[in-house]
Design a protein around this ligand. Structure first.
Ligand code: TZP
Ligand code: MG
Length: 217
C-alpha cells in the first residue's frame, strides 16, 4: 500500500468515452497526462466501461509511458491488468470482486480503492484491505449510468465520521462546490466531466481546482 503522506486533493478520472473518435489516441493520452502533471495533479484514474482488454491495456500503457512519478495511476475495474500496465493501483465498485480477492491479485504494494454509496457499505469497507474509500454520488451526475441516490454534503460528513481511511468524494463536483466538499471532511474530490468535457483546457481547469482546494492542503 504505497500511499504515503496526504491523499492528493484532486483525483481526475479519465473515462475512455472522452477519447472516442480521437485521430491520435496515444497522442491525446500523452497530452492529457502531461498537462495534468504540469498543473500539479498527483493521481489519475483511467476508467473504461466499454473496451476490451487489448484496448484498455494499450491506453493504460500509453498513459504509463507519459506519466512520471509522483503521479499515481489507478485502473478502474481490471485487477489482472494493473501489473501489466505498470499502474500503481486499482479502483473497484460494490458489484466488482470483493476487496480481499482484488488484494490477493494485486499483492500488498498496490493501491486499492472502493466506491461506497451508503452507511452500510462504508462500515463494511472499514475493515477491508483498502487504501481509500470513495463516497458518492455527492450531487446529481449524468456521467455514471444508473447512479445510486445522491448523498449530498451530509453524506460526506457522515462518511468522514465513519472512516479514518482517506476519503474521496465523487459525483457532480464543480469548482463552485468542491471547497464545501473538502470542508465537510473529504480528503479529495474526484472529477470526470468537470475536467474531461469537449473544449476544456485540462491544464487550466485542473490548476483552477487545485487553487480552489489549496487552503485545505
Ligand atoms: N461514481 C459515482 S458518481 C460517478 C462515478 C463514477 C461519476 C462522476 O462523474 P462527474 O462527471 O464528475 O459527475
Ligand atoms: Mg467497477
Amino acid at each position: 500500500m504505497p500511499l504515503s503522506g496526504r491523499f492528493p486533493s484532486l483525483y481526475p478520472i479519465l473515462d475512455s468515452s472522452f477519447l472516442a473518435g480521437a485521430d491520435d489516441r496515444p497522442g491525446l493520452l500523452r497530452r492529457i497526462v502531461r498537462e495534468l502533471a504540469g498543473a500539479g495533479v498527483r493521481i489519475l484514474q483511467y476508467r473504461n466501461k466499454s473496451g476490451n482488454e487489448a484496448e484498455i491495456l494499450s491506453d493504460a500503457r500509453a498513459i504509463r509511458a507519459a506519466a512520471a512519478p509522483p503521479m499515481l495511476l489507478i485502473l478502474n475495474d481490471h485487477p489482472a491488468l494493473v501489473a501489466a500496465a505498470g499502474f500503481d493501483g486499482l479502483h473497484i465498485g460494490q458489484t466488482d470482486m470483493p476487496p480481499k480477492e482484488a488484494r490477493a491479485i494485486l499483492g500488498p504494494d498496490k493501491i486499492l480503492g472502493l466506491s461506497t454509496h451508503n452507511e452500510t457499505q462504508l462500515r463494511a469497507a472499514n475493515s477491508e484491505p483498502l487504501d481509500y474509500l470513495a463516497i458518492g454520488p455527492i450531487f446529481a451526475t449524468s456521467t455514471k449510468a444508473n447512479p445510486d441516490p445522491v448523498v449530498g454534503i451530509a453524506g460526506v460528513r457522515l462518511a468522514r465520521a465513519l472512516t479514518h481511511k482517506p476519503l474521496v468524494a465523487i459525483g457532480g463536483i464543480s469548482l463552485e462546490n468542491a471547497p464545501r466538499i473538502r470542508a465537510a471532511g473529504a480528503d479529495s474530490v474526484a472529477l470526470i466531466s468537470a475536467i474531461f468535457s469537449p473544449g476544456k483546457n485540462f491544464a487550466k481547469t485542473t490548476a483552477d481546482f487545485l487553487r480552489a482546494l489549496q487552503s485545505y492542503n
